[in-house]
Design a protein around this ligand. Structure first.
Ligand code: CP
Ligand code: NVA
Length: 334
């Protein structure tokens, strides 16, 4: 089947075939090269996009802004404090209005249903910039980063350590299964994804010749891994009170050099960021003050040593957010 993205939304990786995902990764690599050689690429001049953020962001917001401007587009940023969205105007009405002004809409928020509603009612491509359930644009950056390091994706052992049922890990499981990477989710059982989602991932894995497994044993998971990935233990929108439970459940899944040493000699460390790898953030210090007498929290989900070490690719990964988001916007708007 020919690949055609025009007018499509990018809401979840479940809507895209492996060929389409690979096409977007290839296109991202081309845009990265254009950017690095300072070759102008204002291919979407005259178009306008709007970015709706109901949660905070550094990478996703800046990626959409810079990518939009590099492509020659006008970019508007809106947060709930500076628009009527959600509190004074329904998502449906907001979508209908914005669809008349803009050629594309980015949305970061809570419920996956809201981003789907925006896509349904706006009549223009909608890009999911993270919901409680998924983080699809992050996946393209992650896979581009892995491919840059190994030259291929199929057959690699990809391990996620920690909260295996958050937006990032849910999306990684699906993406790995579709692209032929062998996914291992490692964390306590009560933080594994919903049964239906695991079943879906296993269905993809069977079809695309990969595997999806879960374990509570971090050493078993790390053994022979090509990529070890982690994320913060408490995601945006979750209550502060959950920290105590999460720390007690997840501290043994912290990515340490000892774990990295069990992995493949060429293994890389990945993290979507932001990360609590030291005490240089106010939240990190607050949590350390509350629970630091019971646990080593000078580095929560990953030690500073690994985060800054030679196997870490976290800043390449962050840069790749911009190139991959540019590819998604270009493919769906051109
Ligand atoms: N990885 C990521 O989505 O980062 P931001 O929350 O800063 O956008
Ligand atoms: N799981 C994290 C990802 C941040 C990019 C969160 O939702 O806060």
């Amino acid at each position: 089947m020919p690949i055609n993205f025009q007018g499509r939304s990018f809401l979840t990786l479940q809507d895209y075939t492996p060929e389409e995902i690979t096409y977007l990764i290839d296109l991202s690599a081309k845009f990265k090269s254009l950017k690095h050689t300072r070759t102008p690429h204002k291919y979407l001049e005259g178009k306008n996009i709007v970015l709706l953020f109901e949660k905070t962001s550094t990478r996703t917001r800046c990626s959409f802004e810079v990518a939009g401007m590099d492509l020659g587009m006008g970019v508007t940023y809106l947060d709930p404090g500076s628009s009527q969205m959600g509190h004074k105007e329904s998502i449906e009405d907001t979508a209908k209005v914005l669809g008349r002004f803009y050629d594309g809409i980015e949305y970061r928020g809570f419920d996956q249903k809201l981003v789907e509603k925006l896509a349904k009612y706006s009549g223009v491509p909608v890009w999911n910039g993270l919901t409680d359930a998924s983080h699809p644009t992050q996946m393209l950056a992650d896979m581009l980063t892995v491919r840059e390091n190994f030259g291929y994706l199929k057959g690699l052992k990809f391990v996620f350590m920690g909260d295996c049922r958050n937006n990032v890990s849910n999306s990684l499981m699906i993406t790995c299964a579709k692209l032929g990477l062998n996914y291992v989710g490692c964390g306590p059982k009560d933080l594994w994804p919903e049964k239906d989602l695991i079943a879906k991932a296993k269905e993809y894995a069977k079809y695309y010749n990969s595997t999806v497994e879960f374990t509570e044993d971090p050493e078993k998971a790390a053994k022979g891994a090509h990529a070890i990935y982690t994320d913060i233990w408490v995601s945006m929108g979750e209550p502060h009170e959950i920290y105590q439970k999460r720390i007690s459940e997840l501290h043994k899944y912290k990515v340490t050099q000892k774990l990295m040493d069990l992995a493949d000699p060429e293994a890389i460390f990945l993290h979507c960021l932001p990360s609590f790898h030291d005490l240089e953030t106010s939240t990190g210090r607050e949590i350390n003050e509350e629970f630091g007498d019971q646990y080593d929290l000078n580095g929560m989900e990953v030690t500073d040593e690994v985060f800054l070490g030679k196997q870490s690719r976290v800043f390449d990964e962050a840069e790749n957010r911009m190139h991959t988001i540019k590819a998604v916007m270009f493919a769906t708007l051109k």
